[in-house]
Write a protein that binds this ligand. Structure first.
Ligand code: NAD
Ligand code: ZN
Ligand code: ZN
Length: 387
């Protein structure tokens, strides 16, 4: 079959690879009908999240069940499914606590040597490096889906692939960002990052009753989408200081909730870059720092942007002084996807209006390039293995 294979940073090619096979009783094989590129894939593509061996990319995918292991009771051949991006067993301590991203059975290899950062096992993901279990991803014609009694959700034929594909990741992630922010109605919510995740967070913030949604980015075309599609107010941080502007807009107080939908590859100032070299850090806390400045005293900073390395100069004094609450992490997709399917069914939210590019899987290398470099007005790419 054909699959988008990561070889080394900056190099993804569509290769012929062996078809996946059932390994365990509860596996299914899914024929992928649509798959998207995520901002998280860029951490691997740009070498921030390391992967040494070639690996099939992709954790946002859906398709048709083609083959079913003998232990699978919830699915049959021919079912059309969306698949949550975390791989989770459904039976361990973390799965039982609605924390599928920390499943103890999907990634036993995460045990590292004593004292290593990776000592705790947990957290398998499709196409997300050996650190996350070394599973093949779904940017391919076929993919093996483990624990198929717990993960995949059947989707009716009333909806197109594009209407439901983002239930796999970015919609639950935007939803989690807003939930962790405690948005109940009437709040001012500032969302840093107008990529697919930030745009989803903006949509969910409105749906949750936010009084005001303010979106921050550096790319004018993405800010335009935030204004047109999400009806948010926008700030380009190259033109205005976001924290000062947000305070001006909120009686000098700041936003009730700030969401970091950027993560470690945030654009940094020259001083940040120099500080990073001194501290041997690869990423940037720029977006997170801006969230901490822009949030009001006693407010909440909710972080779904990915951070993967330790950072010095984390502004603990400011967090303490302002009494800021913070939540970080991977979205617990399994825990919220059934409610979110209902949001789609009741038309409470529309997901497909952020798609800017639709390409065959064979164009994956080009698709990664334009999504990564923010070229050609690219916001979200959907790839079709069948075309
Ligand atoms: P993306 O790269 O398309 O979007 C990031 C956006 O941030 C871009 O529009 C970029 O211009 C903007 N940006 C860069 N520096 C900025 C700054 N200093 N301030 C404000 N905006 C800035 O990626 P995406 O798909 O939207 O994903 C966003 C983040 O969410 C990534 O880190 C991704 O890994 C993460 N993510 C997390 C989860 C989760 O479960 N927690 C799930 C999916 C994605
Ligand atoms: Zn993702
Ligand atoms: Zn589990």
């Amino acid at each position: 079959m054909k699959a988008a294979v990561f070889h080394f940073p900056g190099r993804i090619s569509v290769d012929n690879v062996p078809d996946p096979r059932l390994h365990h009783l509860e596996d299914v094989i899914v024929r992928v009908t649509a798959t998207a590129i995520c901002g998280s894939d860029l951490h691997i593509y740009n070498g921030f999240t390391p992967q040494v061996k070639p690996m099939i990319m992709g954790h946002e995918f859906m398709g048709i069940v083609e083959d079913v292991g003998p232990g699978v009771t919830r699915l049959k051949k021919g079912d059309r499914v969306v698949v949550p991006f975390p791989i989770a067993c459904g039976g361990c301590f973390f799965c039982n606590h609605h924390l599928p991203g920390h499943c103890e059975n999907s990634n036993p290899s995460k045990y590292g040597p004593e004292g290593s950062l990776l000592k705790e096992k947990g957290g398998g993901m499709f196409g997300y490096t050996d650190l996350y279990g070394g599973y093949d991803g779904g940017q391919a014609e076929y993919v093996r889906v483990p624990f198929a009694n717990f993960g995949p959700r059947i989707i009716s034929s009333d909806y197109s692939d594009e209407e439901v594909l983002f239930l796999t990741d970015i919609f639950p992630t935007g939803f989690s960002a807003v939930e962790w922010g405690g948005v109940k109605g009437g709040e001012t919510v500032a969302v840093f990052g107008c990529g697919p995740v930030g745009l989803m967070a903006q949509k969910v913030a409105w749906a949750r009753g936010a009084a005001r949604v303010i979106a921050v980015d550096i790319e004018d075309y993405r800010l335009e989408m935030a204004r047109n599609v999400c009806k948010s107010e926008t700030i380009n941080l190259h033109d205005q200081d976001p924290a000062e502007t947000i305070r001006e807009l909120t009686h000098g107080r700041g936003a009730d909730v700030c969401i970091d939908a950027v993560g470690q590859e945030a654009e940094r100032s020259l001083w940040d870059k120099i500080a990073n070299i001194v501290h041997l850090q690869v990423g940037s806390l720029n977006a997170l720092r801006m969230c901490l400045s822009a949030v009001r005293r006693g407010g909440i900073v909710s972080v779904v942007g990915v951070y993967a390395v330790p950072y010095d100069n984390f502004p603990l004094g400011q967090i303490f002084d302002k009494g800021i609450s913070m939540r970080f992490g991977q979205a617990p997709v399994h825990a919220c996807i059934d409610d979110l399917i209902q949001w789609v069914e009741s038309k409470k939210i529309r997901l497909d209006d952020i798609i800017t590019h639709r390409v065959p899987l064979t164009d994956a290398a080009h698709a990664y390039d334009i999504f990564n470099k923010k070229k050609d007005g690219c916001v979200k790419v959907v790839m079709y293995p069948g075309s």
